[in-house]
Each structure stands twice: as structure tokens, then as C-alpha cells.
Design a protein around this ligand. Structure first.
Ligand code: KIV
Ligand code: ZN
Length: 510
């Protein structure tokens, strides 16, 4: 039987650290639940000591997740380990992940510590963490640029102190696959107690080799791979989970390794993350890109028609990509709607389902065909538990290319108050509407990013808008969908404001 490689997902820690990928508590919880459905073995929920917000998310995720280990990162410092242990208290399978840098460059310039001091701190902190839980991971930051002899020494010391996983990060994405192989084999041969721990790798993608390096390590005996959904992460990102997993699955003949991931959840997980963060994957991205299963050239299409195996090494269904079916019409009832959502893998609570159903009816009234993609866009964010501090009641635009645009926006606040503002702008309907909303909520934001996409083809397609707004307190994502792109833009802006207010409420409570 093939050996099982553990999949350690760090989307919510290393991934969330990357620019444009920050998430609020509700969004992180939603991603964590999806990672659980996906079948990851361990999820890194955050870095508890880094901020009250991170502490709160690690704590909530630890409480909510029952079918995976939940871990928090911690520097090799008592305070960090205390915070991680406290945040993980309610986890069913807690793990503390502590790290210290081991390369000469990092020890000299960053830590200003000698190798002896680093070794002592690592072993002492693993021993300290062990008081709180059994499952301890130790990472030697910048391992691939560290002196191998020193790595062997420090890994032996931390295993003796109680580490159950030793992680070998290629922190700056510098290694080659052959070097990773050599490093893992070297650790297996030169760390006397290595049988008492699992070897893990954590590869960054600065030279585009994160997945290749991780797979080389797995082939050489690493039993845990650290990765993120869509490969998000610091700088060029981390190894992409979906690519690692499909390599193990499709090339089982070569790797002879298995993992616990349900590959049918891969597409949905990728979609969820990109729609929450607004960071889309490139169309030609392996496995989950829009074109990953598209066969355009005549020769390829001919081959595919003759026999799919000519050009297809994996099926779209294997990653959970459903056919973009014509689903329901305007006469479809709530049951049919709910059943279709279930088939697509979505279960909404009653209130959210009712709202989604009403929106579906309104859409089916206007649009000839409603497809799975339309439904996906409609239910997007309906599973998130972000309260609607403000809701759009209506907007009226007077616009043209020879007149100044005027936008009148009416919002209903959570308190029930109705607020209305009219603003004129030379810069068109979206600018005028956003300025009106700023006035209504009494705040000013910078629009950091604005992306509009059509959900399907056709002039009657829905438009989906992702925005990022910024003020001195942070950057917030928002999403809106409508057949009217101005409405989608307004909804996205309001959703970003609701996310901001939700975040502030959580910070006050933390
Ligand atoms: O890239 C890295 O070295 C890390 C460690 C903290 C595991 O993220
Ligand atoms: Zn990293």
C-alpha cells in the first residue's frame, strides 16, 4: 500500500500574509470549514501572538474544526508559545508550530545569535511547548540555505526535546529539486532520532519550483507537505496544494504515495478563496485555472473526440468541476433550487437560502438561461456570517457622456434608519455612488482595487465586482453581483464597508 503524505495547509497563515489576501474572521472560518471538507490533515490557522485579530481567528477555528489538526505558528519565544497554546485550547487536535532561523545569514543579521544559542533556544522552546500539547512541529527557517551539519544537529536536539514533526523550509525559494532530494536524504541518514519524527517541507515559489521541490522531497521520504490553496503566500507564494495533490494522484505510478485529500473539493476550494480575497488565479494556472481543461486547437479537439486520453491526463470531474449546466427556469421551485445547490456541494442555512432563492427568481425573470456559474455567483458570500450593517435599498443614476453624473443612493442601516444622499461627479456613476455612500457612512476610503468580470458570456450576463477599499485602519474586500454592473459595484462597496465594521466589532470584542 502506498504511504500517505500529510497535507499541511497554511493558506490562513502564510497565504493570508501575502498582499491582497487578508481575510476577516468570518472569511477565515469559511475557508477553514472548506479546508476541513477538502480533507487537509493539518491547517495552520494563523500566528496567534502576532495580533489580537490573529489570536481570535486561531481560537475560533480551533473550536470549529473537528476533523483536522489545527496549529498556530509561534517564534521560539515563551510569549509566542503561550499565545499559541491559549488560542488552541479548544482544538480537538492541537499542534504548536514553533520556528527559528538556522542559516548563517539569518542567524548573523536577523537574530544576532550564535549557532549554539539558536540550538539551545530551539530545544528549550520545544520542551516548553511540549508542556501544552503532544504534537509539536519545529521549523528551521531558511533550512535550504543552512549548513546541513548544523541542521542535523538542531533537528536531533528538537526531536530529543519532543518535536514530532521537523520542517525543512525553503524560505526564499532558492533550492532546486535535486538539492531538496539530497537534503531530505541527508536528514534521514544523519539525524539519529529521525524515526521518531515526520519530515516536512515548506517550499516557496520565488524561482517557480515550489511544487517540484516539494514533490522531490516527498519522493525522498518527506511525510508532510506544506502548501496553500492557489499557491498564495509571501512574495511568489507557496507550493500550490491542488498541484501537489493532483501530481500525487495522477502520477501514483511514479510517486507511489497517497494523501487524504478529496480531490473533488479542489475546484470549489480554489473558487471560494479567490472570490473571498478577490485574488483570481491566472487562466492558464495548472488544475484550477479557467483554461486548465479547455482544448482550443483543432488537432487537440479532433484527438479528444476520437479518444479523451489523447490530450486529457485527468478529468474535470476529478477536481469537482461540474458541467456548466443549464439549471433552472423562472418556474422552478425552492426545492429544485435547493437540490441543485446541494448537487453543487453548497448547503445554505434557511435565511441565506431564502435570500438566494429570491435573488435567483429575480434573475431568472430577466435572464434567459441560469447556469451553475450564475448560481455560484449568487450564493457567493451567503454562507459568510458578516452582519449587514448597511443594506442597499435603491439607487438612481442620471448619467450620460455630455452631462455630469448624479447618483442618489438610499441605504438602510442595521438600526432600521433609512439614509439617502445625492452626489454629482464628473467621473461617472460608480464614482458618484461611492462618494454618496462615503457621505452616508461618514467615512472616506481609497479604492485600492476594482475588478469587474462577467460571470458567463452573453450581453445578459451577470457582472461580478470585487473591490478593495482602504482607510487608516486597514484594507477590506467586498463583493457584489448583479446584471447591472453599477448595482454590482455599489453592492461590492457596501459589502466591503460591512466587512470593515464587522472587523472593528471583532477587534473591540477581542
Ligand atoms: O517560509 C518559512 O520559512 C515559514 C516558516 C515560518 C515555516 O513560513
Ligand atoms: Zn513560508
Amino acid at each position: 500500500m502506498a504511504n500517505i503524505v500529510r497535507i499541511f495547509d497554511t493558506t490562513l497563515r502564510d497565504g493570508e500574509q501575502s498582499p491582497g489576501c487578508s481575510m476577516n474572521l468570518a472569511e477565515k472560518l469559511e475557508v477553514a470549514k472548506q479546508l476541513e471538507r477538502l480533507g487537509v490533515d493539518i491547517m495552520e490557522a494563523g500566528f496567534a501572538a502576532s495580533s489580537p485579530g490573529d489570536f481570535a481567528s486561531v481560537k475560533s477555528i480551533a473550536k470549529a474544526i473537528k476533523n483536522a489538526s489545527v496549529t498556530s505558528l509561534a517564534r521560539a519565544l515563551k510569549g509566542d508559545i503561550d499565545a499559541a497554546a491559549e488560542a488552541l485550547k479548544e482544538a480537538k487536535y492541537p499542534r504548536i508550530h514553533t520556528f527559528i532561523a538556522t542559516s548563517d545569514i539569518h542567524m548573523t543579521y536577523k537574530l544576532k545569535k550564535s549557532p549554539e544559542q539558536v540550538l539551545e533556544a530551539a530545544a528549550e522552546m520545544v520542551r516548553y511547548a511540549k508542556k501544552f500539547c503532544d504534537d509539536i512541529e519545529f521549523s528551521a527557517e531558511d533550512a535550504s540555505r543552512s549548513n546541513p551539519a548544523f541542521l542535523y544537529q538542531i533537528f536531533e536536539a528538537v526531536i530529543q526535546a519532543g518535536a514530532t514533526t521537523i520542517n525543512v523550509p525553503d524560505t526564499v525559494g532558492y533550492a532546486s529539486p535535486e538539492e531538496m532530494t539530497k537534503l531530505i536524504l541527508g536528514i534521514r541518514e544523519n539525524v539519529p532520532s529521525i524515526d521518531k519524527a515526520i519530515i516536512s517541507v515548506h517550499c516557496h515559489n520565488d524561482l517557480g519550483l515550489a511544487v517540484a521541490n516539494s514533490l522531490a522531497a516527498a519522493k525522498a521520504g518527506a511525510g508532510q507537505l506544506e502548501c496553500t490553496i492557489n499557491g498564495i503566500g509571501e512574495r511568489a507564494g507557496n507550493a500550490a496544494l491542488e498541484e501537489l495533490v493532483m501530481n500525487l494522484s495522477i502520477r501514483k505510478d511514479y510517486y507511489n504515495l497517497g494523501c487524504n485529500i478529496n480531490t473533488k473539493e479542489l475546484y470549489k476550494t480554489s473558487k471560494l478563496l479567490s472570490s473571498i480575497t478577490g485574488v483570481r488565479v491566472q487562466p492558464n494556472k495548472a488544475i484550477v485555472g479557467e483554461n486548465a481543461f479547455a482544448h482550443e486547437s483543432g488537432i487537440h479537439q479532433h484527438g479528444m473526440l476520437a479518444n479523451k486520453s489523447t490530450y486529457e491526463i485527468m478529468t474535470p470531474e476529478s477536481i469537482g468541476l461540474t458541467e456548466n449546466k443549464l439549471v433552472l427556469g423562472k418556474h422552478s421551485g425552492r426545492h429544485a433550487f435547493e437540490d441543485r445547490l446541494k448537487e453543487m456541494g453548497y448547503e445554505l442555512e434557511d435565511d441565506a437560502l431564502q435570500i438566494a432563492f429570491e435573488q435567483f427568481k429575480a434573475l431568472a425573470d430577466k435572464k434567459k438561461t441560469v447556469t451553475d456559474k450564475d448560481l455560484e455567483a449568487l450564493i457567493h458570500h451567503k454562507t459568510l456570517k458578516v452582519p449587514e450593517f448597511y443594506k442597499l435599498e435603491r439607487f438612481v443614476i442620471n448619467s450620460g457622456n455630455t452631462i455630469t453624473t448624479t447618483s442618489s443612493v438610499r441605504l438602510v442601516a442595521k438600526t432600521g434608519h433609512v439614509l439617502e444622499e445625492v452626489v454629482s461627479s464628473y467621473d461617472g456613476p460608480i464614482d458618484a455612488s461611492y462618494k454618496a455612500i462615503d457621505k452616508l457612512v461618514g467615512k472616506r476610503f481609497t479604492l485600492e482595487d476594482f475588478v469587474i468580470n462577467s460571470v458567463t458570456g452573453g450581453t445578459d450576463a451577470q457582472g461580478e465586482v470585487n473591490v478593495k477599499i482602504k482607510n487608516n485602519e486597514g484594507v477590506y474586500n467586498g463583493y457584489g453581483v448583479s446584471m447591472d454592473i453599477v448595482e454590482a459595484s455599489i453592492l461590492a462597496y457596501i459589502s466591503a464597508i460591512n466587512n470593515m465594521l464587522y472587523d472593528q466589532e471583532n477587534k473591540r470584542e477581542a
